[in-house]
Design a protein around this ligand. Structure first.
Ligand SMILES: *[C@@H]1O[C@H](CO)[C@@H](O)[C@H](O)[C@H]1NC(C)=O
Length: 438
């Protein structure tokens, strides 16, 4: 016999189908200072929009600071005249007082460019962690800040009980949130040996969320390397980006948030890093547009975004340009076994010395292969298929790195290293050199 609860759950999951079809593709955006009179806010929005992103999740950790409110105003003023959306992701690690965000929310949720979701079309509010707050505190906040008109999509990784998503969603948390956002599953934890990323926990969360008529926003990210502010951490890395793309295209979550557009400190940026946004001199050494550009990943992101929105699998990924093949290679500048001055980051033993590459080949093109050269020697040759192809080609040698896409005896496209691989390094930087196919 049907209980009211199971009928309600059925109704909710039926309703859910329509919102799931929306498949929003967002990028986490660190709000730093933006100098007024520059075109930086416009450039970021135009660049992200061109890649197929629907919105930025604006990471707010200093809701009252002039540099933050000034940047937020510029972003909204520009976005209001485009189709691009913005929403707040409140950072409880930086500002733990939940009420400190109220004024900002009230000031901006009415903007035309503020992202809305769900059957009630409420403004989306996300977070980084849930801080110390319990469900009752979140409900009080929803009521007091926005009169209960909020689509609450917090990052729940640190919420008590979340490791068991089934019971978590059936309890008080499930009654409070509209959906959840994962962060930590973007990368494997790592440790002392190589490890691959997994969508196992994402699958559990998504199923538990859907059974209660809630949504799941899954994270996608290339790596994490942080060497500042007293922290030195590495989360691999290697083929994490394309492997996770393939997993997420199979999972097909309600939303995907790319981590991140511009977080220099954690090395997982793909957009511009404006000099005025970077407060820390340590970060500038291992993350900047000149020596460590990550623009080469952008065509892969665009291809993923398109496949995700259309419900295609990894084989259905296509170049979002007129090219027959797009993609990139990436590698570290010194051998992991080599020496560097100072301490290597946590989890460095999970790193693999490899020339990593991902290539997306157009429909019907079956006569390409990729040739990987390291230090002047060919270390691998692989036939390519339409859709997503990727590998970590092991056996990196010191010197220049290169991948070539070859048809017969003709080199069609190439990606070349801007920096050579050396045995040792002055710094223990585990950020990647990323070279786009040209
Ligand atoms: C990780 O995935 C790659 C590509 O599928 C595979 O070749 C490799 O063996 C995996 N590594 C581990 C440690 O499972």
């Amino acid at each position: 016999m049907f209980s009211f609860r199971s009928v309600a759950a059925l109704l909710a999951s039926a309703l859910h189908v329509s919102s799931a079809n929306a498949r929003g593709f967002y990028a986490h955006y660190m709000v730093g200072g933006i100098i007024e009179g520059t075109d930086h806010a416009a450039r970021d929005i135009d660049d992200a929009s061109a890649l197929g992103f629907d919105a930025f999740a604006l990471n707010i950790g200093a809701p009252d600071a002039d540099w933050a409110t000034g940047a937020i105003k510029q972003l909204f003023d520009y976005a209001d005249n485009t189709d691009f959306k913005l929403f707040f992701s409140v950072d409880f690690y930086q500002e733990s007082n939940i009420d400190a965000y109220n004024k900002l929310l009230q000031d901006y949720v009415g903007r035309p460019s503020y992202l809305r979701a769900g059957d009630d079309n409420y403004p989306v509010v996300s977070s980084f962690s849930v801080g110390e707050h319990d469900p009752a505190r979140f409900r009080k906040w929803k009521w007091e800040s926005l009169g209960d008109q909020m689509y609450l999509l917090p990052n729940a990784d640190n919420a008590p009980g979340y490791s068991n998503p089934g019971s978590w969603f059936q309890g008080d948390w499930g009654n409070t949130v509209d959906g959840v956002f994962g962060w930590e599953t973007a990368w494997p934890w790592g440790g002392n040996q190589p490890e691959n990323v997994s969508s196992g926990f994402d699958t559990e969360v998504l199923n538990a969320a859907h059974s209660q008529g809630k949504t799941y926003m899954a994270p996608l990210s290339p790596l994490q390397f942080k060497d500042c502010c007293g922290q030195k951490n590495y989360r691999i890395g290697e083929v994490n980006l394309p492997q996770r793309m393939a997993q997420l295209l199979t999972l097909s979550p309600d939303f995907v948030e790319f981590i991140t557009w511009n977080d220099a400190g954690e090395s997982h940026y793909i957009g511009n890093i404006w000099s005025e946004s970077q407060v820390n001199e340590d970060i500038k050494k291992y993350a900047n547009n000149e020596d460590w550009p990550h623009f080469g990943w952008q065509p892969l992101i665009a291809s993923f975004g398109n496949a995700y929105k259309h419900g295609h699998g990894p084989d259905g990924m296509r170049p979002q340009s007129d090219d027959e093949v797009i993609g990139a290679m990436w590698y570290r500048t010194f051998l992991s076994s080599g020496s560097c001055n100072g301490n290597k980051p946590a989890n460095w033993k999970s790193a693999v010395d490899a020339v990593n590459w991902a290539l997306v080949v157009d429909q019907g093109v079956t006569d390409f292969k990729v040739r990987v050269s390291s230090g002047g020697q060919i270390i691998s040759e692989t036939k390519l298929s339409p859709g997503l192809n990727y590998a970590a080609s092991a056996g990196v040698r010191q010197g220049a790195q290169k991948i070539e896409v070859v048809r017969g005896n003709t080199v069609v496209k190439v990606a070349k290293s801007a920096k050579q691989v050396t045995d040792g390094s002055e710094h223990c930087f585990y950020n990647f050199q990323v070279a786009g196919l040209e």
